[in-house]
Ligand binder design. Sequence first.
Ligand code: NAD
Length: 421
Amino acid sequence: MANIEKDSQHVSSLDEVNIFFDRAAERLSLDQGMRSLLKAPWRELSVSIPIRMDSGEMRIFHGYRVQHNGARGPYKGGVRYHPEADMEEVRALASLMTWKTALADIPFGGAKGGIQCDPASMSLDELNRVTRRYVQNIDHILGPNRDILAPDLGTNSQTMAWVMDTYGQIHGHNPACVTGKPVELGGSEGRESATGRGAVYTMAEAIGDLGIEMNGANVVIQGFGNVGSWFAQIAAEHGCLVTAVSDAKGGVYNSKGLDIKALFTHVNDSGFVDGFKGAEHIANEELLELNCDVLVPAAIDRVINAQNAGNVKASLVVEAANHPLTPEADDILANNGIIVLPDILVNAGGVVVSYFEWTQNLYQYRWSEERVNTELRDVMSTAYKAVKAESRRNKISMREAALIVGIIRVARVVEMRGFIP
Ligand code: NAD
């Protein structure tokens, strides 16, 4: 299929994620056989999704599901709706999920899904049809003990309600087949905010270690969707001064701090952050280069790269998005003394509360939001401390340390299972 082929010059997300993996594997002196086994996805599915558009035209979308590694439990990972979603990107994100669930020490493997489409240009009916046909086409590899979907870029709790309904039509009602559902349909309290909240909890731990006060810390955020907007709100509640945020259309900046509540009202009314009164317009590229304590990429992949990394002026970069830095950018920031908290640590809050949701569904019981948030904080703090200890012990970056912790845990259970006959 043309859209999953890559030319020899092109460096894909997967190539880059594998560079990060190889560095950690090398440090661990991991055996070559185990290295190959841990890098290769265990199962990949590519499906055609024909649907009738509202106009009456028939269109075929491409959908993907990659189950990267299931050694620690059922495969787990979000589904992304984006015009550039393809097999290579989904493979890269699935591999990050394997290390993320292992680092958070929750009983899941890693997976990811995607549909190549532009959700912003599609009606709710069209999105419902695309979702249903996607689930029907990959249904044979899904299930509460096999592979559990969740929201990601371009999908939300409504999408997950359609997933649950479609799966239920085939197998009978089973809310544990998907997480990130609306609370009324068995979703967990606190799931919607979990990724942003977990990221703020992690930032708070790191900022303390750097000797920066949370109260008044200057924070800049790219992306104002699920992760970015919750991050902004919760960081502001913790006393941070959020001075700039952006979305796909551009950003807004106020050196004295944005009124986040008023910004939410503006976004609800207009759909975008741009045009918010009491702030000046700023382009996404400029936002990444602002003078600040903390820079939070919370939108799409590879936004900080060899071209702009040298201009980043933050003391701390908090990777709320998946794979927002290329390996070159990672090296440049390290040389410039900028600490990077890696994606597999920072944005694990989403899958951690997905684990709580799955557990509640299996027990047919509900936790309070307070309990969810308290347990989330404990898991994030334990993971942060494990990464910090590894980083200090070996004098390595937080990214390499996080991958090492995850890789050791997965490699250990691969051997215990004895499934390499
Ligand atoms: P979302 O679709 O809710 O929001 C994405 C945001 O990014 C929107 O504000 C959008 O306008 C903005 N954006 C899109 N293209 C942009 C561009 N070119 N420049 C600047 N901004 C742009 O998605 P989300 O769920 O918030 O996910 C954001 C990131 O966080 C992704 O990398 C995703 O994989 C990661 N993530 C999400 C979750 C989750 O629970 N939703 C969990 C873990 C990781």
